[in-house]
Design a protein around this ligand. Structure first.
Ligand code: UDX
Length: 439
């Protein structure tokens, strides 16, 4: 099928290359010329395991190209909208300007029978409004909402092997025709037995924000338990293991630590609250404000813990920060808890050295006031404390014996409950972690 993908960020670029991998003829459109040039030369503009290989393969097949010109989407019959919906400055609501701009420029190329499939995370009600616009300008063109659940670090796998397909459709014939096109484009995924949820626009839009709200709530739940563990001397990791054995609860997303960040969970729960307020249903989501608060308190607690282990003052103390991306296997530093902590430590007088296997260039660009070094050993050189803030495998696998020889004080703070405490303590380190008793 001939398809276009509007917006080539994490979501769109991976979606475009994946659709070409599935055999479709794809053009990816983005307004950012530099990004388009990089993608066209098979260079990924962001770090995502497996993506560059997929991109090279898809470009090599001749089925994928990128362009800044919306006119190149004219031949496509299915147009995926994959642009970002960041948080508005100074408010909780989502900024829909990129979605609006994508829709407006698509109107110039749409033909009767074409389907616009929205994948961006939008406030409930957006699809119905855009559908009116599309039908009003191009009679016979259709709109569906088809949310995407990909996780950074697993974006390729999640796109090619999603755990569900959600179609939000218009009622009647339009919905049936849209469904047929979506089933055709996802034929391989459908044939693999992937569960499908076929529903209306509002439900499809809400599936995404509800899913992210649930995940954020699960993380904040265990982090609230961590606060209690700190007050009682209990151990949050064992607590999570024990409650996680109940398969109604499950162990996934119960990793206590610095909490959630990134380009999705924080802004999505806030946009959901804002939209609930507009709909007169704000009470239903006031708990998300607490979820957000618990999450933010973890960052403050981490800084306090660092001060505590540095004998009560951060002034002039050398602190190594291992990991700065919002999670491992990503170079994304949007709302990164690790960077938030690193910056607070520095503002409070510590001499901070940050390192990250992938996010170094992004930090240098966006946080020039922070010192970034290439390796964990450089960061920890003569350090008074080492903080593990993003649990990359290479940090989890550090040898505490060898690593102990580069620091001044063998003090480690495990912000992600990811290190083998016994090994580090056996190597003479004092080990502290959020939600666990001191050594
Ligand atoms: C999330 C959703 O998982 C995905 O379905 C959606 O499409 C986009 O948002 P992503 O932002 O890539 O994906 O990251 P995710 O793996 O969900 O992690 C989010 C944050 O939660 C990270 O900062 C991570 O470190 C943190 N986290 C995750 C925890 O603190 N504890 C956990 O147990 C799990």
């Amino acid at each position: 099928m001939k398809i276009s993908v509007i917006g080539c960020g994490y979501l769109g670029a991976v979606h475009a290359a994946s659709m070409a991998e599935l055999g479709h003829d794809v053009v990816g459109i983005d307004v950012d010329r530099l990004k388009v040039e990089a993608l066209q030369q098979a260079r990924a503009p962001f770090y995502e395991p497996g993506f560059e290989e997929l991109l090279a393969r898809s470009l090599g097949s001749g089925r994928l190209r990128f362009s800044v010109d919306m006119a190149d989407a004219r031949d496509a019959v299915l147009h995926f909208v994959c642009v970002g919906t960041p948080q508005k400055r100074g408010e909780y609501a989502a900024d829909l300007r990129y979605v609006e701009a994508a829709a407006e420029s698509l109107l110039e190329v749409l033909k009767p029978g074409d389907l616009v499939a929205g994948k961006s995370t939008v406030p409930v009600g957006t699809a119905a409004r855009l559908a009116e616009l599309v039908r009003g300008k191009v009679p016979g063109a259709m709109l569906a909402w088809n949310p995407e659940f990909l996780r950074e670090g697993y974006a390729v796998q999640d796109t090619l092997h999603p755990d569900r397909l959600v179609y939000g459709l218009a009622p009647g014939d339009e919905g049936q025709a849209a469904r047929a096109l979506l089933d055709e484009v996802y034929a391989t995924i459908v044939a693999a037995g992937t569960p499908q949820v076929v529903t209306d626009y509002a439900t499809a839009e809400m599936v995404k924000t509800a899913a992210n709200s649930f995940l954020a709530t699960k993380i904040s739940f265990i982090n609230a338990m961590a606060e209690l563990c700190e007050a009682t001397g209990a151990d949050v990791k064992q607590l999570a293991d024990a409650i996680g054995h109940d398969d109604r609860i499950g162990r996934k997303f119960l990793n206590a630590g610095l909490g959630f960040g990134g380009g999705c969970l924080p802004k999505d729960i806030r946009a959901f609250m804002a939209r609930a307020g507009e709909l007169g249903a704000d009470q239903a989501l006031t708990f998300l404000r607490e979820v957000d608060n618990i999450n933010m308190r973890r960052r403050i607690r981490m800084v306090e813990l660092a001060r505590e282990v540095c004998d009560g003052s951060l002034l002039g103390k050398r602190v190594a920060v291992l990991g700065a991306a919002f999670k491992p296997d990503s170079d994304d530093i949007r709302d990164s808890p690790a960077l938030n902590v690193a910056a607070q430590l520095q503002l409070q007088g510590a001499v901070v050295q940050v390192t990250d296997p992938a996010a170094g260039d992004n930090i240098r660009r966006s946080w020039p006031q922070l010192d970034v070094v290439d390796t964990a050993e450089e960061a920890a050189h003569r350090a008074d404390a080492v903080l593990l803030l993003t649990e990359w495998k290479q940090y989890r696998d550090l040898d505490p014996v060898a690593f102990g020889s580069v620091v001044r004080q063998k003090r480690v703070l495990d912000g992600r409950n990811a290190l083998d405490r016994d090994r580090w303590e056996a190597a003479g380190w004092s080990y502290r972690a959020l939600g666990r008793r001191g050594g």
